[in-house]
Write a protein that binds this ligand. Structure first.
Ligand code: ADP
Ligand code: MG
Length: 647
């Protein structure tokens, strides 16, 4: 029953076609015209019923639906004895509706296929032995064994084993990612050659892939700006067409002195030719396809509006730490004052940082792990975004952050320290100071550029991005190095999160607005302020999924040029579709008025243009060529990354 319902549109079209064929056959065999007419009436009744129902339902809500035009045109044709043409009209209309339904359905089927990637069962450890359990009975907290070549049954954290995992379903990255104990793995990703023991953290709809699918479905339900505009004018347009049809009849009768039947027939042709089905479907078909393709490539759009906006933007602002520079920062040097052992300093700093998600905080924690200091979490931890963290340790308050943070807290820095800080900054290092009323020591962190960053900026330029800005809370020296290496023109350093927001406010008012690319960890206000907020690392952080307009699932920048190219292409296709659809309407209406068209020809023109527009939009489902690949092969020196040998 459910399957029949799913195919209702094609069943309607099929039955309508059968009656139509019967009618034509009876006529051809020279049977009495009443018999043929009966068949045409049956065809019209079947083919027109769904549209009539929709149109009446809309009228009940004081809305005019485009299907009303089709029903009226068929009824009009029948009323002047053109039963056959009315039936042909409704048959073509219902057929094209069925085709449209399947075509547009492809965009959601592309996403539904992801659901099927999960394994039917998982091997859950019960008292140390693996037991097969159906996937939906796996619970957070369970430990599962994932063998080589199997897919992960749920999100989790690796407890034992190492393996390379193909995460392309979630992040779009084609290169497998090495997983060692402590690393996160995602449901439905494919385990490589090693066996992993995984502690489950989230399952089913709560897993990363589950949330991606949900997000894409929500995004596809969101309307783009163009679509909303079209839907706003649609009722007026439909009423306008009805008015024009009546006017055409009156003019035909009195100016051209046509017979009642001729004038009425022409106005019915106009009614069909001018109806805006193609205009209405042109935008959603393209948006749905682009959103689905993005999701398959690890780029999530929150909706068509966001996609359209990104397609127009020519100014890009980048956050530095965690965005242009690597997510895996390392503490390089530890310097202490007053003879404090360096290990104690790292332990103290790690205790304060252990609640923070900041990339620098994670670097400190990794250092503590490497030095095996044993971290003791501080009490009453307080963050100052973009500056640092403080916490209570053994009854004293310890501050960990930039020199600016300490100064703002009214703490004094001895002269010797000033010199050291300056020295580290001159070398392009990020400096973290530890202070508990007197300066205890400093940690230097090397901010390593992501290997793909320069090529990404270059690829964006090739896509027509004219202005690039680096926004950072870090010191000018480090920022200048990064800007130079990536060839970003403008630089704003030493910014507080509030300053970033103020600066973006300014950029947002320029034509086209500004896109802000951040790591999604601590850039929420900036991402929200920009015309389009783009967060990366969506597979690892929840914040990114919530605050950004566009999310790059992988923790790298490579998908950014692709996302922009996809949006640009989508915009172009929407413009093509709108131009084409409106030209067809103009041509059909004028030819109809001049009496050059029969009703079936007008119908074929109208339905044909609708289908063409849908198919043109569906081309986006196949995606666009990756601009990064194009610019990388142009450039003489490919940016080498440690994993990939230069081609
Ligand atoms: P960016 O804008 O480059 O991403 P942030 O605004 O996140 O940088 O941070 C700016 C500066 O504030 C950092 O370079 C660092 O000196 C300091 N800082 C911020 N958060 C922390 C933290 N949790 N621990 C230590 N230092 C921090
Ligand atoms: Mg940052």
């Amino acid at each position: 029953m459910k399957r029949l319902w799913r195919h209702r549109l094609s069943i309607v079209a099929g039955v309508c076609g059968l009656f139509l064929a019967t009618g034509l056959l009876l006529e051809g065999l020279g049977r009495p015209p009443e018999a043929a007419r009966l068949a045409y009436i049956a065809a019209s009744a079947v083919g027109g019923a769904p549209s009539l129902w929709l149109a009446l339902k809309a009228l009940g809500r004081f809305h005019v639906h485009i299907d009303l035009l089709m029903v009226l045109a068929a009824a009009g044709a029948a009323s002047i004895g053109h039963w056959e043409e009315g039936a042909v009209l409704l048959f073509l209309f219902s057929t094209s509706n069925a085709l449209e339904f399947y075509a547009v359905g492809r965009t959601s089927r592309a996403i539904e296929r992801l659901v099927k990637l999960r394994p039917a069962q998982a091997w859950v450890l019960r008292d140390g032995t693996p037991v097969p359990v159906p996937w939906d009975k796996v619970l957070p907290g369970d430990r599962v064994i994932v063998k080589a070549g199997e897919r992960m049954p749920a999100d989790g954290r690796v407890v034992a084993g190492t393996s390379a995992v193909d995460q392309s379903v979630v992040t779009g990255e084609s290169v497998p990612v090495r997983k060692t104990p402590g690393d996160a793995v995602f449901a439905s990703t494919m385990n490589g050659a090693g066996t992993l023991e995984v502690e489950v953290t989230a399952t089913g709809r709560d897993s990363t892939l589950g949330r991606i699918i949900q997000l894409v479905q929500e995004a596809q339900a969101q309307k783009s700006v163009t679509q909303r505009a079209i839907e706003r004018v649609e009722p007026y347009y439909v009423v306008g067409v009805l008015g024009a049809t009546a006017l055409a009849y009156v003019l035909g009768r009195h100016t051209l002195e046509l017979s009642v039947t001729q004038a009425f027939y022409r106005s019915m042709v106009l009614l069909v030719g001018a109806s805006p089905c193609a205009l209405v479907i042109s935008t959603p078909a393209s948006m749905l396809s682009a959103i689905a393709n993005g999701a398959l490539r690890g780029v999530l759009f929150k909706g068509g509006a966001q996609l359209e906006r990104l397609g127009q933007i020519r100014t890009f602002a980048f956050d530095k730490t965690g965005t242009l520079t690597g997510a895996r920062l390392e503490v390089e040097r530890v310097h202490t004052f007053d003879g404090m052992p360096p290990r104690d300093l790292v332990k103290l700093a790690a205790g304060v940082e252990c609640g923070s998600e900041h990339h620098l905080a994670r670097a400190v924690l990794r250092a503590a792990e490497r030095w095996q200091c044993g971290v003791r979490p501080a009490q009453d931890v307080q963050w100052t975004e973009g500056l640092g963290v403080s916490g209570e340790v053994d009854g004293r308050r310890v501050f960990v952050g930039s020199d600016r943070y300490l100064r703002e807290k009214g703490l004094k820095l001895p002269g010797e320290a000033e010199a050291r800080i300056q020295q580290a900054k001159d070398l392009g290092k990020t400096v973290i100071l530890v202070h508990d009323g007197r300066l205890l020591g400093l940690l230097t962190v090397a901010d390593r550029l992501r290997p793909e960053a320069p090529a990404v900026v270059r690829a964006l330029r090739s896509l027509g991005v004219t202005r690039t800005v680096l926004l950072t809370g870090d010191n000018t020296h480090v920022a200048r190095d990064v800007a130079r290496a990536t060839d970003i023109e403008e630089l704003q350093a030493d910014l507080r999160p509030a300053d970033k927001v103020a600066f973006l406010h300014e950029l947002r008012d320029r034509p086209g607005g500004v896109a802000m690319v951040g790591d999604g960890v601590n850039d929420a206000p900036a991402l929200a302020t920009a015309t389009v907020g783009i967060a990366m690392g969506g597979a690892g952080t929840d914040v990114a999924l919530e605050t950004a307009d566009v999310i790059l699932m992988a923790d790298n920048l490579s998908a950014l040029p692709y996302a922009v190219a996809l949006c640009r292409r989508a915009r172009r296709i929407v413009i093509e579709n709108l131009t084409f659809a409106s030209s067809v309407i103009v041509v059909l209406s004028l030819c109809g008025l001049a009496g050059w068209l029969t009703l079936p020809v007008a119908v074929v023109g109208h339905e044909g243009s609708t289908l063409l527009v849908v198919l043109n939009g569906l081309r986006l489902l196949r995606g666009v060529p990756d601009p990064l690949a194009a610019t990388a092969s142009e450039s003489p020196q490919p940016v080498s990354s440690p994993e990939r040998s230069p081609a």
